[in-house]
Design a protein around this ligand. Structure first.
Ligand SMILES: Nc1ncnc2c1ncn2[C@@H]1O[C@H](COP(=O)(O)OP(=O)(O)O)[C@@H](O)[C@H]1O
Ligand SMILES: [Mg+2]
Length: 218
């Protein structure tokens, strides 16, 4: 589904990515591990077209990504990709279900009633049926992170990119989240690339790669 070839990225004289080849198949969960500063977030951002590589190519569903075409990039992000970050970045003024609807509202083309029921379906699926009208500051960390997952799922992305999604959660909530990722893969064939420090999550995934010194070393 997604293929990266020879990805290089420098920040000034710092060579963060020195030529990375990588691919993800449909229905696959790939975890990326490695020390802090190894370039994991930089790489994930490039996979999500949130950052531009200095060299190398990215293809999505067999089509080369044109990093110079900003409108094509934003449709790719909105229609094909879902993002989950360590901090959920929910909007505090809006309820859980409203937050979940935001990417679909940006995409447009669906009535608000339909969006709301879709959001409610995802929130229920994630065990948040009693939290739909809560605003983020009335949710626990684990609940807020599940709302962020519902939001990522809303446009039925082909691939979800997650950067330390359990980094801010306790052990119990982290384990819940791991089970959820596996369930999403099994129920929907959802693909993931997940950057994590959590070796238990890595062990549950289909494949784990380690980044070090600008390369994938295993
Ligand atoms: N926007 C930026 N400008 C300059 N340096 C950056 C920027 N983003 C990341 N870096 C540097 O690139 C290296 C890799 O960062 P990052 O991809 O965040 O690593 P990781 O996610 O593995 O901890 C670090 O040394 C970091 O300081
Ligand atoms: Mg990082």
């Amino acid at each position: 589904m997604l293929q990266a070839k020879g990805i290089q990225k420098n920040y000034g004289t710092l060579e963060v990515l020195k030529g990375i080849d990588f691919s993800v198949a449909e229905g696959e969960i790939v975890t990326i591990i490695g020390k802090s500063g190894a370039g994991k977030s930089t790489f994930l951002h490039i996979l999500g077209t949130l950052d531009i590589p200095d060299r190398g190519e990215l293809s999505f569903e067999g089509k080369k990504v044109d990093f110079s075409n900003e409108s094509a990039l934003s449709s790719l992000r909105n229609e094909k990709l879902g993002f989950i970050f360590q901090f959920h970045h929910l909007l505090n003024e809006f309820t859980a279900w409203e937050n979940v609807c935001i990417p679909a509202m940006i995409r447009g083309g669906e009535k608000m009633d339909n969006l709301k029921s879709k959001a409610e379906e995802y929130l229920s699926y994630l065990g948040l049926q009693d939290r739909m009208n809560h605003k983020p500051n009335a949710l626990s960390g684990g609940e807020a992170q599940r709302v962020a997952i519902a939001r990522a799922l809303m446009n039925q992305p082909k691939l979800i990119l997650a950067d330390e999604p359990t980094g801010n959660l306790d052990k119990v909530n982290s384990e819940e989240m791991h089970k959820l990722f596996i369930k999403l893969r099994d129920d929907f064939g959802q693909s993931f690339v997940i950057v994590t420090h959590n070796l238990e999550l890595a062990a549950l995934s289909d494949r784990t790669i380690r980044m070090e010194d600008g390369y994938i070393i295993s």
